[in-house]
Design a protein around this ligand. Structure first.
Ligand code: TYD
Ligand code: MG
Length: 483
């Protein structure tokens, strides 16, 4: 009797176990979800308009698998003996020593706000072929520290070829062609590198997620994992991220929220100049930029950009004017060139390189309306020297001068430069850091600089080695230069 009862109880246990297993299997079933390709928002079903960022038609289905072993993932590299975090008084928290890691690259040091902070995550974005891999490999080779360079894009031989081209040597630079984030962190735990470089985040995969490499859920998961690793081990990690056709960082925008620093590497592939811009920096200002030139032996730092962006030949041709602009915190004298010619076909063309096309249209409309200049019947082409994209609005005055110079075929001396924003009513607005611009222009041997009359008293009583002329309206520019 008792034995039959025990047998029954045992079989119930077996059944229970069997059903629990079945239930687990159901839980493990592959699930799919919909993600916004713009902001990374998640929705269980397809929606036309993203409720998070308001973009239309951005939702794509992705296979995800949120398996219960997910929590196991952290065991791959986390020290089990390490105690769990508990709330702490802010006073008890030891402050990070201000010492930063020198990258041996002045431009990069500057953009990072004075060097690399331990345990930080830096995202480097940029168009394909712009030089992201070169920039970070160069950094790896300049260091005298242990570097782990993880590449899912190129083979070891290809990286070696690039290193040979750059011509630097660091015996402590390790190359690892791995895409699995778990294996990568396991190896890193053994190697104890001082800096990790990931080329690129779109090639990494987390084994706990089913979707393809580069998909939103993979990118998000892998970055999250790397971030936890960096914070726990204090190893700084550079992550290379691709850029979408629209110019945003590919993958979710929320990647930008996870990381500490976002750097954007930009420039025109057909020109040698590259600008490294800080879009976000938790440890410094976002005003700094780094300027490089891509040479045959890697990226060269440019310490004196103004001298390179102005052509040394003065051939007395019309259509060119020099802008005293400021990029980041650095004064930069840039040549703007315009070509205005009668439109042969019905609709006149407008084309610009390095300058916002809509802003060009606005300036043309202002010139047409306020000065009666006939740009409406002409094709207009605008070019900023060096293929550099300028965001400083102070370049307006130089653009306007170049446009009028080309239209009227009047040459502007190469000893004159301009700094001013042009408003809709044709007024010349003041610009920031006027003094710095004037000093840079004077240092480079310019004779005259035109600035806005408003707020010009700030620089009035200062002694400059250059003549400072002031303007209030565009008409004054016409009578000053083009008569
Ligand atoms: P790369 O770093 O591969 O770009 P990304 O990683 O952003 O895609 O740079 C590739 C380009 O740089 C390629 O067109 C060749 C050029 N290059 C040079 O001109 N000189 C050099 O020394 C190196 C290494 C690359
Ligand atoms: Mg690359």
């Amino acid at each position: 009797m008792i034995s039959s009862f025990l047998l029954k109880a045992n079989s119930i246990n077996v059944y229970r176990k069997f059903y629990a297993k079945q239930l687990k299997k159901i839980e493990l079933k592959i699930k799919s979800s919909f993600f916004c390709s713009n902001c990374g928002g998640e929705s269980p079903k397809w929606v036309g308009k993203c409720p998070f960022c308001g973009e239309w038609n951005t939702y794509n289905e992705e296979i995800i698998e949120k398996s219960p072993i997910k929590s196991e993932q952290e065991k791959v590299w986390r020290d089990p003996k390490k105690e769990k975090a508990t709330p702490k008084k802010l006073d008890e928290v030891s402050s990070i020593s201000s010492s930063r890691i020198n990258t041996f690259d002045n431009e990069l040091n500057r953009t990072l706000g004075g060097g690399l902070v331990s345990g930080s995550i830096i995202l480097v974005g940029g168009q394909p072929g712009i030089g992201k891999s070169t920039l970070l490999l160069q950094l790896a080779l300049r260091q005298k520290k242990k570097i782990l360079y993880v590449s899912g894009e190129e083979s070891e031989e290809q990286i070696k070829m690039r290193a040979d081209r750059i011509g630097l040597k660091n015996p402590e630079c390790y190359i690892f062609t791995e895409v699995n984030v778990n294996n990568l962190l396991k190896e890193s735990n053994k190697l104890h590198p001082d800096i990790i470089i990931i080329d690129s985040i779109q090639t990494l995969i987390s084994p706990y997620i089913e979707s393809t490499p580069g998909s939103i859920s993979q990118v998000r998961e892998c970055t999250g994992e790397l971030q936890r690793y960096a914070k726990e081990t204090n190893i700084p990690i550079f992550i290379i991220g691709h850029i979408t056709k629209e110019g945003g960082l590919a993958g979710p925008k929320l990647l930008e929220h996870i990381v500490d620093v976002v750097l954007q590497f930009e420039g025109d592939q057909h020109y040698a100049y590259r600008i490294l811009r800080t879009l976000k920096n938790r440890f410094g200002s976002t005003d700094e930029i780094g300027i490089y030139a891509m040479d045959t032996f890697g990226l060269r730092e440019i310490t004196n950009p103004s001298e390179l962006l102005i052509s040394p030949i003065d051939d007395h041709l019309s259509g060119s004017a020099i802008a005293a602009s400021v990029e980041g915190l650095r004064p930069l004298l840039i040549e703007t060139q315009a070509l205005v010619s009668p439109a042969i076909y019905g609709t006149p063309q407008r084309s610009s390189t390095g300058f916002d096309l809509r802003r060009l249209s606005m300036l043309l409309a202002v010139l047409e309306k306020r000065c009666g200049l006939p740009f409406g019947q002409n094709d207009v082409f605008l070019n900023i020297a060096g293929g550099i994209k300028v965001t400083d609005p102070s370049i307006d005055l130089a653009v306007v001068s170049a446009l009028i110079s080309s239209l009227q075929d009047i040459y502007i001396s190469k000893k004159i430069c301009f700094a001013g924003e042009v408003g809709l009513s044709g007024e010349i607005r003041p610009v920031s850091r006027a003094e710095q611009r004037i000093q840079e222009a004077s240092r480079l041997g310019f004779e005259t600089i035109y600035i806005s009359k408003y707020k010009s008293e700030l620089v009035k009583n200062k002694n400059f080695n250059i003549e400072v002329k002031t303007l209030t309206k565009i008409d004054e520019l016409l009578s000053e230069i083009f008569t």
